[in-house]
Write a protein that binds this ligand. Sequence first.
Ligand SMILES: [Zn+2]
Length: 69
Amino acid sequence: MTGDANDNAPPEERAKRAKVCPNCGKPRDPRYDPFCSKRCADVDLHRWLKGGYVIPGESDGEKPGDEDE
Ligand SMILES: [Zn+2]
């Protein structure tokens, strides 16, 4: 056992704790917090907008297996 609870944290969560850009992992720039640059902020924004067009639960073909049982 490592005893490190952060080991299971997803990359984004790790980036938060490390105070680095969640997009590329570089040190943040306070002006674009939590990102390192306008570019990374834009990338994330576009990703976010794209995801907004997708309606969750529309395709009901696959279900994640053992998640909460
Ligand atoms: Zn970045």
